[in-house]
Structures are given as C-alpha cells and as structure tokens.
Design a protein around this ligand. Structure first.
Ligand code: 4AD
Ligand code: MG
Length: 432
C-alpha cells in the first residue's frame, strides 16, 4: 500500500512513492509533459507528468481536468530547488474524485467585491491560505504565551446586559423579555475572572455596530483580553510588549513559507521583537501632531491619519499613555497626580497600522466607580455584580484588549482587516 501523506510532509518522503488528496489550482502542458499546480490545504506544490512514463489515460485525465477538480495523485516526491517550497511530485497515477466546471475564481485578477462575494471559494487561494495559516499560528502562540505566563483562559459570555465600551455601538437583541446585547468586550467579566484566578485571558468574538466604513473596522472581530489582579499599569505594559514580541517571533519561526507567499519581508518583522517598545504620553503625541501642522487640540481623540502619523515616527510599536478622561470609558483609573487623564495606554502598530491594543488600570473604589457608571448614563442595577468586585477584596488590577484582526493585518502587511478573518462582517456585508 502506498502511504497517504499531506503536501507539507513531502520533505520526509523524498524519493518515496506516496498518495495525496489534492485539488488542481492551475496547469499547463505541452505534448509530452504536463505541470499541475496542486494544493491540499497544507501547502501548494507542483506535479509533473511525463507522457511517456504513464498510462495514456492518466496523461489524458490530467490534460482534461479543470481548476478545482479534486483527485488522488500518486507519485514520487523529488526535491525541486527552483521552488521556494522545495519539493514536487512526479505523477504516476490520478484518480478523479470530484469534478469542477467553470470555477469562478480564475488565476487572473479579480476585483475585491467579487472575491468577497465568493469568500467561501476564495479561501482556497494562496493569499488567504497564507493569512489564515499565520492567523492560526498567532492563535497557537497566544495560548502558549499566556499559559507559560501563568494565565488561565476563561470565556466571557457573548450575550450580555452590559455595555463597557459605550452605548452607541451596540447590537441589541431581543432576549425573551429583556434587552440584551452582543458583547462589545469581555472585559468586565474578565475582571471578575482576575479576582477569582489571578491572571486570566479570553479569546473570542466581539461585536460593534460600527457605522464607520474604514479599513480598520469590522462589526464582528476577535479580541484577546488578559486581566491581572495585583497588577499596575506599568506591569501590564510589560506583559503587552512581551506578548506582541512573542507573536511576531512565533510567526517568524513557524511561518517562513506563508510570509514568502505574502511577500512580507521577515527582516522588517525582526525589528518588532526588540524590547522595550517606546512610550510617549498623549500630551506629547498631541504636541507632535501640532508641530506637524494638524489642528488637533488637547482633548480630541486621534483619527486614523493621526495614529498613522504617530506610528510612522517610530521603528517599533509605540505606547501612547494617559489619554484624557473624556474620551475613554468609565472603568479606568485616574493617574495619581492628575485628574484629567487615565492610567491607560493604546499600542500603535508601526508602518501606519494604528491602534492594535487598548488597555488600562481599572478603578478599584466602589463609590467612584458607581458614580462613573451613573455619569455614563448606564443603569446601576445592570452593574451591581461588577460593583461587587470592589466590595469584596478589591485589588489593583489591569488588563488590555488586543484586536486580533488588527494584529494580523499589521503582521501580514495587509491593506484591510477584511482579509484577516475567514468570513468578514462589515456594515454592508453579512454574506457569505
Ligand atoms: O480599545 P478597545 O475598544 O478596548 C476595549 O474593548 C477594552 N475593553 C479592552 C480591555 O481592556 N480588555 O478595543 C480593543 C481593541 C482595539 O485596540 C482594536 O485593536 C480592536 O480592539 N478593535 C477593533 N477591531 C476591529 N474592528 C473594530 N470595529 C474594532 N474596535 C476595536
Ligand atoms: Mg481603543
């Protein structure tokens, strides 16, 4: 029996005969030889069929088959020094499994809306393949990192009654006779988790009814939200930069092939594994923007072009510290020496990618927090449980949220978040 393998195991089977379940992505042939471009989900490589070495019907089948036909290919693995992948298969036999006619995504260029309409098929192409493999590596590295650091993963609910990040961007749903929302952030639940387990992290979907149609916004995106008891903001920043450097290093170590497929230069990524990352204050950032000629005033939030300008001034991700109270959520702790800014930071990714992390130290005082909830126009009764955390053994604690698609978009150097998630959800897109 010939051994069944996957393409990415080819290196362990040089000069052996193997069998692989594949799809055809492209082909070309002359009278005597055919080159089949093959994929099996683990990698892409080439099959070579020499007419004189195979049965006539095998060569005929290869010539006749169309893009995305699925089949068993049998053959011998050879080294192929001309391809980055390094191996190819010399085909001896083909068994067609599923035919394919008029596959809509041809090797020529297609417009982005056409590709998004066919996302269920587009995922098979090289670029989405590389991005999803890197996404998977970042998921793997995230679990590894936080487990090594002594965190446990707990899962906040998706259906909630709370609105940590403001009430304007909520997806409201009919939950029997109550108002409920799709979670904007698991943070408040992670704070409960931190008081139970010390160090916790979540990785799950979050939802924002963003009216903004930008390259940085999805209505459904995934967030990683660590939360740490007995931890101040400075220590949280140290965890954040260590985590980001770990993600980048893991992609460098394990996704060389995928980075090559995307044309992402690993040398650029290497710069982001150097710690610490620079820190500037919000005040300094405003001054930099003003000196650059923008008409931003102290107290304004940064727009995407502001963040892009700021991150362009640094060779590494940069923390912007201590934003004004008026532009951040109610749960943050004020800076000890100032009443007008919070102990918080956003991490801006380099190369103009903008905010990838938002985090802060959390308010610990029961009365202060209760007043903030009321001032934010929220119903106290919805937050009784959250206030309880300040009643029973309140501790200093800090945490943050990494926008996962933002981080992928930056590491892969993509133009838009929509390519960083398998099935993007945006204002005007809920299908496929
Ligand atoms: O800055 P945000 O709103 O912070 C929070 O939600 C905190 N509760 C997190 C925490 O401290 N546990 O969101 C966190 C990150 C942002 O930095 C950004 O990377 C990403 O989530 N993000 C989005 N990503 C894609 N589409 C959107 N609409 C996003 N909104 C925020
Ligand atoms: Mg933010």
């Amino acid at each position: 029996m010939v051994q069944i393998i996957r393409i990415d195991e080819a290196k362990d089977h040089v000069d052996e005969e193997v069998k692989i379940g594949v799809w055809l992505t492209d082909k070309r042939s002359s009278g005597k030889i055919a080159f089949l471009q093959l994929r099996d989900g683990s990698a892409f490589f080439q099959g070579v069929i020499v007419k004189n070495n195979v049965a006539p019907e095998v060569f005929e089948a290869a010539k006749e088959m169309h893009q995305e036909t699925s089949f068993w290919v049998t053959g011998t693995i050879h080294q192929d020094t001309r391809s980055h992948f390094g191996y190819e298969i010399e085909v001896s036999d083909i068994e067609i499994i599923g035919e394919s006619n008029d596959y809509p995504i041809t090797p020529k260029d297609h417009g982005i809306e056409f590709l998004l309409d066919h996302r269920h098929l587009w995922l098979r192409s090289k670029r989405p393949f590389a991005i999803m493999q890197i996404r998977n590596e970042m998921i793997r590295a995230t679990y590894e990192f936080f487990n090594q650091e002594g965190f446990i993963k707990i899962d906040p609910p998706i259906l909630t009654g709370s609105a940590p990040e403001g009430t304007t961007e909520l997806f409201q749903i009919d939950y029997f006779d109550h108002d409920a929302y799709l979670s904007q952030s698991g943070q408040l639940y992670m704070e409960a988790g931190a008081q139970a387990f010390g160090k916790v992290f979540s990785f799950g979907p979050t939802f924002r009814a963003e009216k903004s149609k930008t390259r940085r916004h999805l209505t459904e995106f995934w967030m990683i939200e660590p939360e740490m008891a007995f931890t101040h903001q400075e220590e949280s920043l140290a965890v954040q930069e260590k985590y980001i450097a770990y993600l980048v290093q893991s992609v460098l170590d394990n996704c060389d092939y995928e980075l090559h497929l995307l044309g992402r230069d690993p040398e650029v990524l290497k710069k982001y594994t150097k710690l610490p990352y620079p820190r500037i204050s919000y005040d300094e950032a405003v001054k930099m923007l003003q000196d650059h000629g923008t008409d931003i005033k102290w107290g304004d939030d940064f727009g995407a072009p502001d963040e892009t300008f700021l991150s362009d001034q640094f060779d590494q991700p940069v923390f912007v510290l201590n934003y004004p109270v008026a532009i951040k959520p109610f749960y943050m702790k004020k800076a000890p020496d100032r009443d007008d800014v919070y102990l918080c930071a956003d991490l801006l990714a380099p190369e103009g990618y903008g905010e990838i992390i938002g985090g802060s130290e959390r308010e610990t005082d029961y009365e202060v927090l209760k007043q903030r909830i009321l001032d934010a126009g929220l119903k106290e009764s919805d937050y009784d449980w959250y206030l309880d955390l300040r009643k029973y053994g309140s501790t200093p604690h800090s945490g943050f949220g990494l926008g996962f698609e933002r981080a992928i978009t930056w590491i892969c150097k993509l133009d838009h978040l929509r390519e960083a998630i398998p099935f993007p959800r945006m204002i005007n897109r809920i299908e496929p």
